[in-house]
Design a protein. Structure first.
Length: 338
């Protein structure tokens, strides 16, 4: 079957890979649509994502597959279901890895609910169960856009953002925009968006409508934040770009008792942040499964428009063009059709 493979750092190809064997608790899917994760997929392709630097490897974690077959012990998937994050698995003897392995013609989803019912000792995974079924009738493109949005919604909740928290968000890509939107929906009285490129800040602000914006390049971010907050600083800083320097900058913007949450994963080419061990710095794991139903209710009630994030839609065979558009900042979010 065909898959999108990083052959070596910086080189991406579509080529044949072995089909993976379906287990009793698994369902087989056919890939319908995917999207490029602006940060993670870029670092994976560049060979700078921590722990994922050996190649070749099948790329992708933002994808929707349609169930075409189910294992004998599957109880929560059925043919025709559209499922988030299918992926491939390869035995050790095959010279292929999975980073995270969603961009393949056929993938697998695991019925973790049935597994836990049959063997309670397995327990619940750290990130819940991300391979969830989309509501009936959902556009697959909406489903793939929901992946980043559900994850950031869960993260926002776990970070304790609400009506008593002023928020500073670093990041002008889809993740940063999502954080601004969810902080506002949570009732944050002041949400400030910070970025490095004027055009990116302008585009992000046009989608998310923060209360104010800052350009990190002006070198006065802590001072500007103090000015905007009457000298108090902000109760929450969100590091949404994967840059250790942002941690050190963001700590200076906190109010007494404030917290900085790290969402982004820095490349392995960066040194550890000076403030990484500061007690005010928190590394938070989201669980998108806990907001799955709520998120799609928000979309149905028109509180959120995921399609506002999609700037380009391309066939998978043009994925390299998608990466190039993102690198040149001509694209915001690229959706790919199989």
């Amino acid at each position: 079957m065909k898959a999108i493979v990083i052959e070596e750092a910086g080189r991406l190809v579509m080529r044949d890979v072995p089909e993976t064997r379906m287990g009793d608790y698994q369902a087989r899917t056919r890939l319908l649509v995917g999207s490029i994760c602006n940060s993670t997929d870029r670092k994976l392709l560049d060979g700078t994502f921590p722990g994922c630097t050996a190649f070749p490897a099948v790329l992708g974690h933002e994808a929707i597959g349609e169930v075409v077959a189910v294992g004998s012990k599957v109880r929560n998937y059925k043919p025709g279901d559209l499922v988030i994050r299918p992926r491939v698995y390869f035995p050790k003897e095959v010279n292929l890895r999975e980073y995270f392995g969603s961009f393949a013609a056929q993938g697998l989803v695991t019925d973790q609910w049935a597994l836990m019912e049959d063997d309670p000792s397995l327990g619940r995974g750290q990130f819940g169960h991300p391979q969830q079924v989309l509501p009936s009738g959902t556009d697959p493109a909406l489903g793939v856009l929901a992946i980043t949005l559900k994850e950031t919604l869960s993260w926002t909740r776990r970070f304790g953002i609400g009506p008593d928290t002023r928020v500073l968000v670093f990041g002008t890509g889809p993740v940063g925009v999502a954080f601004v939107m969810f902080a506002k929906l949570a009732g944050a009285p002041q949400v400030i968006l910070a970025g490095r490129t004027p055009s990116s800040i302008e585009r992000a602000a046009a989608i998310s409508h923060p209360h104010a914006t800052l350009n990190v390049a002006d070198g006065r971010v802590p001072e500007r934040v103090r000015e905007m907050t009457g000298g108090a600083g902000v109760e929450r800083v969100i590091e949404g770009v994967g840059d250790t320097s942002v941690i050190d900058l963001g700590v200076q913007c906190l109010s007494p008792g404030g917290l900085l949450g790290v969402y982004g994963v820095p490349p392995n080419t960066q040194s550890k942040a000076l403030h990484a061990d500061d007690p005010r710095v928190r590394f938070i794991n989201p669980d998108e499964s806990e907001v799955h139903k709520e998120f799609f209710a928000m979309v149905a009630n028109k509180r959120l428009d995921p399609f506002a994030f999609m700037s380009h839609r391309l066939p998978f065979r043009e994925i390299e063009r998608g990466f190039d558009l993102l690198k040149r900042r001509e694209a915001f979010k690229v959706v790919l059709d199989w």
